[in-house]
Design a protein around this ligand. Structure first.
Ligand SMILES: Cc1cc2nc3c(=O)[nH]c(=O)nc-3n(C[C@H](O)[C@H](O)[C@H](O)COP(=O)(O)O)c2cc1C
Length: 181
């Protein structure tokens, strides 16, 4: 699949076929996601994949602040990836002391890049995804028994697409771009 076509054609998928995704395929997608760039090449992103229907239901019931939109997406998803990061690494350099404001946020930046890479790799392999930010990180960490050195960043529900939604609107390029002379 052409890279530009892949970027433009990916959609957030909230309706999935009732068909489990093979774990080997998901392993391949995570393996591709490893090629995402990261601060200092520390590769702090971690992926916990859940394909047990009872556990997905528990995440839907207890992990999204009762947000119906996400509950419904999760209830029909055959899988959910919990994206987390290893805390306290990104944003730091051994030899150079950065100001705290420069350190801030890079671990989320790293997992954001990892997240998009995972979604694009999934799309290229025929798997639909939707990123979820309306989540209760602490509750989810408990449900999946996340190691204490990690922090939950986002959920990504995944599965075979039931429908491929129409493109969502994008701002005009002149609204988001400026060149400075
Ligand atoms: C950081 C982030 C958080 C998001 N949170 C949610 C969410 O909680 N629930 C949801 O249904 N979609 C969520 N989305 C998906 C966006 O709504 C979606 O990407 C946007 O509307 C553009 O549509 P598209 O992905 O189909 O191009 C999130 C996307 C991002 C990047």
């Amino acid at each position: 699949m052409d890279a530009i076509e892949m970027i433009k054609e990916r959609r957030s998928i909230r309706k999935f076929k009732n068909e489990k995704v093979d774990r080997d395929l998901m392993k391949e997608i995570v393996s591709i996601s490893r090629f995402a760039p990261s601060w200092g090449n520390f590769q702090v992103a971690r992926y916990t994949l859940v394909d047990d229907p009872d556990l997905i239901r528990k995440i839907a019931d207890e992990g999204v602040h009762g947000f119906n939109y996400n509950i419904n997406s999760l209830r029909n998803a055959p899988g959910v990836a919990i994206l987390s990061y290893v805390k306290g690494k990104s944003g730091r350099l051994e030899k150079i002391k950065l100001q705290p404001n420069q350190e801030h946020g890079w671990e989320l930046f790293d997992t954001g890049i990892a997240c998009q890479t995972f979604c694009l790799a999934s799309h290229a392999k025929g798997i639909g995804t939707v990123i979820m930010g309306v989540i209760n990180q602490d509750e989810i960490a408990k449900i999946i028994d996340l190691p204490s050195d990690q922090q939950v960043s986002a959920l990504i529900a995944y599965g075979y697409e039931e429908i491929h939604p129409k493109p969502t609107r994008r701002k005009d390029v002149d609204e988001i771009l400026r060149f400075v002379d």
